[in-house]
Ligand binder design. Structure first.
Ligand SMILES: [Zn+2]
Length: 305
C-alpha cells in the first residue's frame, strides 16, 4: 500500500512539474502595461523634413522554433519559422540601424538554426559603418551580437546606444563583447520615454530582458510603427492568447508577469483594435515582415553608399 502511495505521489508530482513547465501561461484579464502615445508623439514634434523617410529590412539568418517553445501548451505542429533581421531607418542625410543580429560564430550556438546569409551580414556591417546611430531593442545576442562581433567594432562603438539595464543585465554576456568595449560605452539612461533622433522614441518595456524596450518610429508621410522586439517571436501568441511556456522563459531569465501584461496590452490595442493605425513590428516574425513588405510599409534590402 505504501509503495502504491509513493509511486502515485511521484507520478502526480512529475505531471504537475511537466504541466507547469509546458502548459502554464495565461494572460491577465487586464494589462498593467500602457504606452502614452500623446507623450510619445509630443517627442516627435519636429518639421516634417527632419523625420525619417522609410524603413528597410535585411534578413541575416533564419530559424525554426518548436511550437511548444512559442506558446504554452501548443503542441500543434511542426513549429514556427523565425528570422533575424536588421532594420535601417532612412533619413534624407542619415540612417539609424535597429537590431544587429549575430555573426555566424554566435549563430552556430543557436539551437533552432536554419539558414545563415553571410552576404547579408557583410552588407549589414557596411550599413553600420555608414549609420549615425545603432540601437537594439534589447541586449540578447541575436539583437546586438553583430555589434559585439563586428570586424569594425572600433569604428562603430561610439554610435551604439545601450541603456544601463542592458549593459549590466545578465544576458548581454552571450554576445561576447571584448571586455573593455562595454566599459567604453556611456550608458544611455532614460525614464519611460526618450527621443534618440527625429521621429524615433524609445519606450521602456522590460520583461523579455531587463533592458528590453520598444521603439516608436514616425515617418515623414505620417505612418507610425511600434517595434516591439521579442514580446512575441511570432504572432502565434496572439492566436492562442497565451504566454510562452515557463520552460522558455526560464532559459532567458524573463519576467513572466511583465511579458504577459505586454502581450495582453498589444493584443487589446493592436491585434484586436481595427482603429489602430500604428503598425506593430515584431523582430522575428517573417510572415508579418512579408505582409508589410507586400503592403509597401517597409522595403527589402539596405540603402548603401
Ligand atoms: Zn530575439
Amino acid at each position: 500500500m505504501t509503495v502504491v502511495i509513493i509511486i502515485g505521489s511521484g507520478i502526480l508530482l512529475i505531471s504537475l512539474f511537466y504541466y507547469i513547465l509546458f502548459f502554464t501561461g495565461n494572460w491577465p484579464k487586464k494589462a498593467d502595461f500602457n504606452i502614452q502615445f500623446d507623450v510619445v508623439r509630443n517627442l516627435c514634434k519636429v518639421s516634417k523634413s527632419e523625420l525619417p523617410q522609410s524603413i528597410n529590412i535585411l534578413t541575416i539568418a533564419t530559424g525554426k522554433l518548436p511550437s511548444w517553445a512559442v506558446s504554452a501548451g501548443d503542441f500543434s505542429g511542426s513549429g514556427y519559422n523565425i528570422e533575424f533581421p536588421c532594420f535601417q531607418i532612412v533619413y534624407e542625410n542619415k540612417s539609424v540601424i535597429v537590431e544587429v543580429p549575430f555573426n555566424k560564430y554566435l549563430y552556430n550556438k543557436f539551437s533552432f538554426k536554419q539558414n545563415y546569409f553571410q552576404d547579408s551580414f557583410d552588407l549589414m556591417q557596411k550599413a553600420l559603418l555608414e549609420a549615425d546611430i545603432i540601437i537594439p531593442t534589447h541586449e540578447h545576442w541575436d539583437h546586438l551580437g553583430g555589434i559585439a562581433q563586428s570586424p569594425n567594432l572600433n569604428e562603430i562603438i561610439h554610435k551604439v546606444i545601450l541603456t544601463p539595464e542592458q549593459i549590466k543585465g545578465p544576458t548581454i554576456v552571450d554576445a561576447e563583447f571584448p571586455n573593455h568595449f562595454l566599459s567604453q560605452i556611456s550608458p544611455f539612461e532614460y525614464k519611460d520615454y526618450s527621443s534618440i533622433a527625429p521621429g524615433i522614441v524609445l519606450i521602456k518595456a522590460p520583461g523579455h530582458s531587463v533592458g528590453h524596450q520598444f521603439i516608436y518610429i514616425q515617418l515623414q508621410k505620417g505612418r507610425e510603427f511600434l517595434f516591439t522586439g521579442d514580446v512575441v517571436w511570432v504572432n502565434r501568441n496572439f492566436e492562442t492568447c497565451k504566454n510562452r511556456p515557463w520552460i522558455a522563459s526560464k532559459k532567458r531569465l524573463e519576467n513572466r508577469h511583465q511579458i504577459s501584461h505586454q502581450m495582453k496590452y498589444l493584443y487589446d490595442n493592436f491585434v484586436d483594435n481595427k482603429n489602430q493605425k500604428i503598425v506593430m513590428v515584431s523582430t522575428h516574425d517573417p510572415k508579418q515582415h512579408k505582409e508589410y513588405i507586400d503592403k509597401g510599409y517597409i522595403n527589402e534590402g539596405l540603402n548603401l553608399n
